[in-house]
Design a protein around this ligand. Structure first.
Ligand SMILES: NC(=O)c1ccc[n+]([C@@H]2O[C@H](COP(=O)([O-])OP(=O)(O)OC[C@H]3O[C@@H](n4cnc5c(N)ncnc54)[C@H](O)[C@@H]3O)[C@@H](O)[C@H]2O)c1
Ligand SMILES: [Zn+2]
Length: 398
């Protein structure tokens, strides 16, 4: 036997810029983010825009075109912004990926050009995947336009779409060239989508940063009222913690079986799918965290007072901690949400690895879960929800 072995090391700079009014002509963040190593060269840009954002901020499309016209010395928008439906539907087929591929082909977008995507986490996941797979990887810039994507998904390295009824089944790890967080873009979000992103902050605080959790408790009322300063701080710290994890965990592309940032997500991904995506990602994660916190308490990993604090914070931020789909069963009468455990394991490969809580600010990993206890925890959530006098049926608007 003979072998040749070389280690290939690739470094990435992950850059997240915080700015306001990114398409104001005087704002140079986007232009400079693309200036790169070849500043004299005019950068070709294909821009993909979330349809709901374009409708909610009707002046935006024109502002974008004006921006590129004003910076024609460095940037070239190859065609008017490609307006694509956002939300989970954009990820539920490969239709929009093909649409972007065909525009990349048509306008000769090469590896020194850029795909700039502006939208919610779903659109960014989809467009990032299209960019990652054309010519084996075109540079992409993300401009997230929801709380969740500014705080969490937009600043990460994962891209993908859903297939075979499973979240993110088809996808690629591809760090964005840059991420630009513009707080003004959030102004047109529904209260429901403004809130949904808070939960990723609660999540990362719970597993990593007790002081951040305490700050969220202090700011809960302001966050519930969507006060800008409290929201800005939440987004900033949450994005920072995510970036820190990706840069320092030693496993940015998740070769191992552990995925600490997916605390509360095993049941959440399944719940999103069971509700046919009526429950938003953030809303499902709030329930998933509540479930795993109660489970952690039942298994004596976490003390009761801490568990109650977490549930109170989530409720205080305005989240409902139960959804009727959690009790959907298959023909053998077993709860479908429990399939989420195996699907979660399979997505990562290897041994089942679930993050639970030891204390506020400190997660730890386990490799098996007690199914009857999970069911018990689900029923506790249901009782708690009923006692609060809330309807089991989710409010559909706002
Ligand atoms: N890649 C990752 O690491 C990662 C991590 C977490 C979540 N995600 C994914 O992110 C997705 C959820 O993202 P999300 O919570 O941002 O929701 P979303 O992308 O589904 O957006 C919610 C809704 O808001 C609309 N919208 C977006 N910005 C708007 C604005 N500024 N004004 C008005 N409407 C606007 C969208 O069109 C959509 O209808 C899920 O698919 C989830 O799986 C990915
Ligand atoms: Zn998430």
């Amino acid at each position: 036997m003979s072998a040749v072995k070389k280690t290939i090391q690739i470094g990435y700079d992950l850059r997240v810029f915080f700015t306001e009014r990114v398409f104001d002509g005087a704002n140079l963040v986007l232009k400079q983010a693309m200036a790169g190593d070849n500043p004299g060269h005019i950068k070709k840009v294909l821009l993909v825009l979330d349809e709901s954002l374009a409708q909610a901020q009707p002046a935006l499309t024109q502002q974008i075109e004006n921006y590129f016209a004003a910076h024609a010395d460095g940037l070239k928008l190859v065609c008017p912004p490609l307006v694509v439906e956002g939300g989970e539907r954009t990820k539920n087929s490969d239709f929009h990926v093909s649409e972007i591929h065909s525009q990349i082909d048509r306008y000769h977008i090469d590896r020194h050009s850029y795909v700039v995507a502006i939208g919610g986490g779903a659109l960014l996941d989809m467009a990032g995947f299209a960019a990652a797979t054309a010519h084996r990887g075109i540079r992409h810039v993300r401009i997230p336009s929801t709380t969740l994507s500014q705080a969490d998904s937009g600043v990460g390295v994962k891209n993908g779409i859903n297939a075979f009824g499973k979240k993110n089944f088809i996808g690629a790890f591809a760090p964005p060239h840059a991420v630009i967080n513009d707080f003004q873009l959030l102004a047109s979000l529904s209260p429901r989508d403004k809130r949904a992103g808070y939960v990723e902050a609660v999540k990362v605080a719970l597993i990593r940063d007790r002081r951040f959790f305490e700050a969220l408790e202090r700011d809960a009322a302001a966050l519930r009222d969507f006060e800008p300063e409290a929201m800005r701080q939440l987004i900033r710290r949450c994005a920072e913690l995510h970036l820190e994890h990706i840069a320092t965990s030693g496993d940015p592309f998740e070769f191992g079986a552990a995925r600490p940032l997916d605390f509360g997500h095993w049941s959440a991904h399944k719940l999103e799918q069971l509700s046919e995506y009526q429950v938003r990602h953030g809303e499902a994660v709030a329930i998933g965290i509540a479930l795993d916190v109660i489970y952690s308490r039942m298994m004596n990993f976490l003390d009761a007072a801490s568990a109650e604090r977490v549930l109170r914070l989530l409720e205080g931020l305005g989240f409902e901690l139960f959804a009727s789909e959690l009790l959907h069963v298959n023909s053998q009468n077993s709860l479908l949400v429990l399939d989420g455990l195996e699907e979660f394991r399979e997505h990562l490969g290897g041994e089942l690895t679930i993050t639970l809580l030891q204390q506020i600010g400190k997660g730890f990993e386990i490799h098996e879960m007690n199914l009857p206890k999970i069911v018990e925890a689900l029923y506790e959530l249901k009782r708690r929800h009923e006692q609060k006098g809330q309807k089991i049926i989710r409010a559909t608007a706002s």
